[in-house]
Design a protein around this ligand. Structure first.
Ligand code: GDD
Ligand code: MG
Length: 350
């Protein structure tokens, strides 16, 4: 009884202007002809004895999610609808409380909808290791060996002793500052948190009841009073809105003593930003990553996504260029990490 839970309620601000509120990044085809959500679901193919996934997303995107499931042949997904985004802790709590209605000993395999994983075989092997740990009552995280002091990730300090493929977590630090991240990078017992988790629904509910009782209280009500709308499950708006907003990393992973980490070495990437898409993209002979209608001359180290109208460049380097029907975004590679600040400003001025 293993149920994949796909968290699909983020807004993907850092991939603006392609990703926006009405059409967040997980529903875009950024690395293949499939959307990232579809890639996430298809990556489960071949895992034995897994149930159809539960997808938890904002109510505004329900038809998009249902359509994207149909397109890849997922006939009976459970689609859980949030009236408002409250970050990942309430979303996971809702999934857990909903799933135990089906079966009391269900194991949840929680996935983000903004990852790509290239080595599927290793990924699946690692998932089986994690499931064993979850059966023993652990909250399992998947750890990635860090390659840079990235402050958008959680960091996991692991113990030295490996038991059945997992290490005890000594400390979990969500999104540290740059100096701290740099110091972790120098030591060799730190992982990045991949944001993929495995645990029994009951373990999760019990631990959250200890560390974030207000979330469990509101979400429990929201699940109890949920209504079935065709095949969609609508969480109760009034109750869910009362829940505090928090990520599972802060609400639980930093606090619980039952967390273990299983190393994942499967060419994992969070494609949360334009520079991530540049890094994983196929480079031309000038180190450019190009998609769409593009003409370049004397252009190097540049990412261009021009699926709406033509982009021509001459004599530029280290840029990110992205267009939509109504916006052209141009940034330098080393400044693009500050994109959120302009997206927020633009939203406020509209
Ligand atoms: N349903 C729902 N509701 N999903 C949400 C919500 C919400 O309110 N907020 C975010 N999500 C989804 C996103 O769509 C994404 O698939 C996943 O939850 C993770 O959220 P992000 O907002 O992308 O988190 P992050 O990337 O900043 O941080 C997390 O992932 C990192 C690795 O990618 C953390 O777990 C970090 O510790 C981790 O390193
Ligand atoms: Mg992310």
């Amino acid at each position: 009884n293993i149920m994949p839970i796909i968290l699909s309620g983020g807004s993907g601000k850092r991939l603006w202007p392609l990703s926006h509120k009405q059409h967040p990044k997980q529903y875009l085809s950024l690395v293949s002809d499939k959307s990232i959500l579809q890639e996430t679901i298809l990556r489960l193919d071949g895992l034995n004895n897994f149930m159809d996934p539960m997808i938890i997303c904002n109510i505004d995107h329900r038809f998009l999610v249902a359509q994207q499931c149909r397109e890849i042949g997922i006939k009976s997904p459970t689609i859980l609808l949030e009236p408002i985004g409250k970050n990942t802790a309430p979303a996971i709590a809702a999934a857990a409380l909903q799933s135990i209605k089906q079966s009391d000993d269900i194991i949840l395999f929680v996935l983000s909808a903004d990852h790509i994983i290239q080595d599927i075989k290793t990924f699946h092997k690692t998932v089986y290791i994690a499931i064993k740990q979850a059966q023993a009552g652990k909250l399992v995280t998947f750890g990635i060996v860090p390659t840079q002091a990235n402050i958008n990730y959680g960091y996991i300090k692991s113990s030295e002793i490996n038991i059945d493929g997992a290490y005890q977590v000594e400390k979990f630090i969500e999104k540290p500052n740059l100096k701290t991240a740099e110091s972790y990078l120098e030591q060799d017992n730190y992982f990045w948190n991949s944001g993929i988790f495995v645990f029994q629904a009951n373990t999760l509910i019990n631990e959250l009841t200890i560390y974030s009782p207000d979330i469990i209280k509101s979400v429990n009500k929201a699940v109890d009073n949920a209504i079935l709308d065709f095949d969609f499950i609508r969480l109760d708006k009034q109750a869910f809105t009362k829940s505090p907003s928090d990520s599972i990393d802060y609400a639980l992973m930093e606090k619980s003593s039952h967390v273990v980490v299983v190393p994942l070495d499967a060419r994992w990437n969070d494609i949360g930003s334009w520079s991530a898409l540049y890094n994983i993209g196929t480079k031309d002979s000038n180190n450019n990553v190009i998609s769409g209608n593009v003409f370049t001359k004397d252009t190097i180290n540049t990412y261009i996504n021009a699926n709406h109208h033509m982009v021509a460049t001459l004599g530029v380097e280290n840029l990110i260029i992205v267009n939509t029907l109504d916006v052209t975004f141009i940034a330098s590679q080393d400044k693009v990490k500050e994109i959120k600040s302009i997206v927020v400003k633009l939203q406020n001025s509209n």
